[in-house]
Design a protein around this ligand. Structure first.
Ligand SMILES: [Zn+2]
Ligand SMILES: [Zn+2]
Length: 256
């Protein structure tokens, strides 16, 4: 009887455990990410990536410039963040997860995304967490926050902090209402984002000497993370590493 009631409560709290989040097929409750096997096969987990920008590599020996350990995307760039780690390739299914979270406020999606990120991180890079001190996230501008009502990166970061056992702090604020970055090239994004972020006054002392992880949903050109890394490092941060759920393969057209 008690078990029945408990199951009922679970159904209300976690309705996603009953059906696949993509195709709605019934799945078992103990399915880790609420994604059925057929859909899970269509999602490409990133195992082989550039150690610097985190973009997936197709053929490591041909793609990475061994003298600098960089891929064709970042070989001519000097990012201010130390590295980016992304977990899933940007694709039709994977981007739906981010869209559902971003535009229909499906909170359970933040939980699933955070679980995938935490599991993958512990699997592919178990030593990283021991070196990091603080978790933070990419902030939205006040204007965007007012229209959307929430920040998807913050939602993911909240779950992730619990899963990886790091304290979460709101470190950075977006002081410039930037135009939408979608469709802009790397260079244009840099121009738009220049000086868009500042460190919150009340956490200035906290940052000094700390290694910081920044959470975001998608890594496109790296311009956003780079601009945040710049202000964190100017404020005295140690390493700055970004954790982003999705990233696309290197494409020449985003690199103008
Ligand atoms: Zn499915
Ligand atoms: Zn790279």
């Amino acid at each position: 009887m008690l078990e029945k009631i408990w199951k009922k409560i679970l159904d209300i709290i976690y309705p996603q455990n009953l059906n696949c989040i993509f195709c709605d097929m019934p799945i078992s409750r103990n399915n880790r990410y609420s994604i059925c096997r057929t859909c899970l096969k269509k999602i490409i987990f990133i195992h082989n990536s550039c150690e610097y920008c985190g973009k997936p590599l197709i053929n490591t020996s041909l793609e990475v410039d061994k003298s600098v350990e960089k891929c064709p995307y970042c070989v001519d760039k000097r990012f201010l963040f130390d590295r980016n780690i992304s977990f899933i390739e940007y694709g039709d299914l994977s981007k739906k997860m981010v869209f559902k979270l971003k535009y229909s406020d499906k909170t359970y999606m933040a939980k699933i995304i955070a679980e995938i990120m935490a599991d993958s991180l512990l699997n592919i890079n178990p030593n990283l967490l021991g070196r990091m001190d603080i978790l933070t996230y990419v902030p939205l501008s006040q204007k965007r926050m007012e229209s959307r009502g929430f920040n998807q990166a913050q939602k993911i970061a909240k779950y992730l902090a619990g899963l990886i056992g790091l304290p979460l702090f709101d470190l950075v604020e977006r002081t410039k209402n930037t135009e939408k970055l979608h469709g802009l090239s790397s260079r244009e994004r840099r121009r738009v984002l220049k000086n868009a972020f500042t460190i919150r006054k009340e956490v200035r002392d906290l940052i000094v000497g700390k290694n910081i992880l920044i959470v975001d949903d998608v890594f496109t050109t790296g311009a956003t993370i780079d601009e945040i890394a710049k202000v964190l490092k100017l404020a005295g941060a140690g390493q700055v590493v970004s954790l982003t759920f999705l990233t696309g393969k290197y494409e020449k057209d985003i690199d103008k």
